[in-house]
Design a protein around this ligand. Structure first.
Ligand SMILES: CC(C)(COP(=O)(O)OP(=O)(O)OC[C@H]1O[C@@H](n2cnc3c(N)ncnc32)[C@H](O)[C@@H]1OP(=O)(O)O)[C@@H](O)C(=O)NCCC(=O)NCCS
Length: 207
């Protein structure tokens, strides 16, 4: 895989937010977040990059971002920090998109997602999102993101992570099955059923 040698993985910083947003919209195009448009999704990745309890990576090849992955140690904390620091900006960006009752409902479903899943007592830490551009797929980039993310979680004292993956997305569920991740529940968000995996962050260290 020679082209993989020239792919560099670096931390997600605000300057990469727009590229990550573009890849999110292209790769996770059936998701609700994507439907909110490039400005909103860019603001979201900028907020994730600036949140001390969250982190991510981007893969850069010849100056172009070809993949990213993001994690948070504390999902509720991330939501709070976004509302506190970027509340007005998000409200403004959302206002332009609030064209239907269904979208308003979905926004509220997203905002109340942490409290809706509280009853399951899943870990607060979450693997938030990942996408690799079609031309860079199949070379182990996603695997590297997951392993690096798990290592960073361990450094931060995070012992377990939850991961949601829509049941309809074959490749990502195949990847988690290959890693030996076990589904612990199914939850519905925005009409999409997702597998929920809860995984120890020393998963790869043990195997
Ligand atoms: C899922 C995705 C991140 C995988 O990225 P990738 O860099 O190609 O993944 P890797 O090369 O590390 O593959 C790891 C394993 O995943 C599985 N996998 C990846 N792509 C697959 C595919 N198209 N079909 C079946 N299994 C697949 C395989 O088990 C693979 O291991 P193997 O090559 O040893 O068989 C990429 O396809 C993608 O970005 N898809 C669109 C966005 C998305 O679905 N994101 C996840 C939801 S947040």
């Amino acid at each position: 895989m020679p082209e993989n040698n020239v792919v560099q993985i670096v931390s997600l910083t605000p300057e990469y937010a727009q590229e990550a947003a573009r890849l999110h919209i292209e790769g996770i195009n059936q998701g609700f977040i994507s439907s909110l448009g490039i400005d909103f999704v860019t603001a979201l990745y900028r907020a994730i990059a600036q949140d001390p309890q969250s982190f991510g990576y981007v893969a850069v090849k010849e100056g172009k971002v070809v993949g990213f992955a993001t994690f948070t140690a504390n999902l509720k904390g991330l939501y709070k920090s976004i509302m506190k620091k970027n509340g007005f900006q998000f409200a403004f960006l959302l206002f332009r998109k609030l064209v239907s009752w269904r979208i308003i409902q979905k926004v509220f479903e997203t905002l109340f997602y942490p409290s809706r899943i509280k009853k399951y007592q899943f870990p607060e830490a979450e693997f938030l999102s990942m996408s690799v551009s079609p031309e860079a797929r199949g070379h182990g980039l996603a695997t590297r993101f997951v392993e690096m993310g798990f290592n960073e979680c361990q450094k931060r004292g995070i012992q377990e992570l939850k991961i949601l993956a829509a049941v309809t997305i074959g490749p990502i569920n195949k990847m988690y099955e290959k890693f030996g991740f076990k589904t612990v529940a199914h939850i519905e968000n925005h009409g999409i059923v997702s597998n929920v995996y809860v995984v120890r962050t020393d998963h790869f260290a043990k195997s």
